[in-house]
Ligand binder design. Structure first.
Ligand code: SAM
Length: 323
C-alpha cells in the first residue's frame, strides 16, 4: 500500500527529494549494455534514469518518458550535460508504441523500466492534490492536460459508483460508509476536507491499521483519476511487443493491484501452453515470449526501508524477451 509519510534523506536524484527505490537492483536487472536502447517509461525525478545513463555511456540513446510535463521539464533542466544523451518524451506509457514511432523507433534492444505510481515530488506538492496530509485542490492528475480531477469524481459520481471505486482500487472495507459520508458532505473543495470526512468514518468503524485512515480512499481516487490499472495493462502488452530477444522489462509496483497485473502478465507470457491441464495434446499454439528473471519479486532491504519509507511496499519484477 502506498504510504504518505515519505522520509527524505540527504541522497537526492536529478530533480529534488525523490529517492529512487531499489536503484541498484532495478538497474542491475535491466542489464544495461552500451550501444543499446533503453527507455525509462516513468522517468520522474530521474534517479533510475541517471544510473542507466552512467552504465550505458553514450551510444544508441536513452528515452525518458513521463506523463507529467512539469516533472519532465524539471528533469531535463536538472540533468545537466546528461540531457544531451537523453530524449525527453511527454507521454502516457499506454501510448508507448505511438510515442516511439513518432521518433522512428519500432523496437527496443536494451530494455524498458517502469517505476509505477507517483514521485515524492508530486506527493509533496500540495497544489497537485495527491496527499491527504497537505491541503490543496482535489486534483490528483499526473497529466494536468487530462480533464477529470478527483474533485469531479468526488462531487459528481453517485454513491454506488464512488463506493465501487473506493472498494476496487483502495481495497477499503468501509467503502460504502465512506461513499455515503462523501455524498452527505459534498461538495468538497480540497484534500483536507475530504481526508477529515473519510478519517471520521474509518475511525468510527474501528480503524486498527497503522496506515492513515484516508490512505486507501486517496489511493483509490488517484488510480481512478489516472486510469492507472488499465494503462498498465496496455503498457505491458506494448512493451512486450517491441522488445527484441535479450531485451529486458523491469517493473516496480507499490500495491497489490498493480503487482497482480504484472505477475499475471509475466506468467502468461512466460508460459509455453495455455491448454486446460487435463488436455492430453497441446492445441493452443502458444509461444513462450518471456523468461521470468525474478521467480519471486524482489523487495527492499531493511536499510533502504529505514531511509526511504516508500520502498517498504515496493515489489520488483523483471523479464527477458525470448527469441
Ligand atoms: C515513482 S515515480 C518514478 C521515479 C523515478 N524512477 C526516479 O527514480 O526518480 C513515477 C513517475 O511515473 C509517472 N507516471 C505514472 N504513471 C505513468 C504513465 N501511465 N505514463 C507515464 N508516466 C507515468 C509519474 O508522473 C511519476 O513522475
Amino acid at each position: 500500500m502506498i504510504s504518505d509519510d515519505i522520509k527524505i534523506n540527504e541522497e537526492t536524484s536529478m530533480a529534488g527529494g525523490h529517492l529512487p527505490v531499489m536503484l541498484e537492483e532495478a538497474v542491475g536487472l535491466l542489464n544495461v549494455r552500451p550501444n543499446h536502447l533503453y527507455i525509462d517509461a516513468t522517468a520522474g525525478a530521474g534517479g533510475h534514469l541517471k544510473r542507466i545513463c552512467q552504465k550505458a555511456g553514450s551510444g544508441k540513446g536513452i528515452i525518458a518518458m513521463d506523463q507529467d510535463s512539469l516533472a519532465l521539464h524539471k528533469l531535463s533542466v536538472n540533468s545537466g550535460p546528461l540531457a544531451n544523451e537523453i530524449k525527453f518524451v511527454h507521454s502516457n506509457f499506454a501510448n508507448l508504441k505511438t510515442a516511439l514511432s513518432d521518433l522512428d523507433i519500432n523496437t527496443v534492444d536494451g530494455g524498458i523500466i517502469a517505476d509505477l505510481g507517483i514521485s515524492s515530488n508530486q506527493l509533496d506538492d500540495s497544489q497537485r492534490g495527491f496527499s491527504f496530509q497537505r491541503q490543496g485542490p482535489l486534483d490528483m492528475r499526473m497529466n494536468t492536460n487530462n480533464r477529470i480531477t478527483a474533485a469531479d469524481l468526488v462531487n459528481d459520481l453517485n454513491e454506488t459508483e464512488l463506493a465501487n471505486i473506493i472498494y476496487k482500487y483502495g481495497e477499503e472495507r468501509s467503502s460504502r460508509a465512506i461513499a455515503k459520508a462523501i455524498i452527505k458532505n459534498r461538495p468538497f473543495a480540497n484534500t483536507s476536507e475530504l481526508a477529515n470526512v473519510v478519517e471520521k468514518v474509518v475511525r468510527y468503524r474501528g480503524h486498527k491499521s497503522k496506515l492513515h485512515p484516508a490512505t486507501r480512499t486517496f489511493q483509490a481516487l488517484r488510480i481512478a483519476v489516472n486510469n492507472e490499472l488499465e494503462n498498465l495493462e496496455i503498457f505491458l502488452e506494448q512493451a512486450n511487443s517491441i522488445l527484441t530477444p535479450g531485451a529486458r522489462l523491469v517493473i516496480i509496483t507499490f500495491h497489490s493491484l498493480e503487482d497482480r497485473i504484472v505477475k499475471r502478465f509475466f506468467t502468461h507470457m512466460a508460459s509455453p501452453c495455455i491448454c486446460p491441464p487435463r488436455q492430453p495434446i497441446c492445441t493452443c499454439n502458444k509461444k513462450r515470449e518471456l523468461l521470468i528473471i525474478t521467480p519471486k519479486p524482489l523487495i527492499a532491504g531493511e536499510q533502504e526501508i529505514l531511509t526511504n519509507i516508500r520502498s517498504r511496499s515496493a515489489k520488483l519484477r523483471a523479464v527477458e524477451k525470448l527469441p
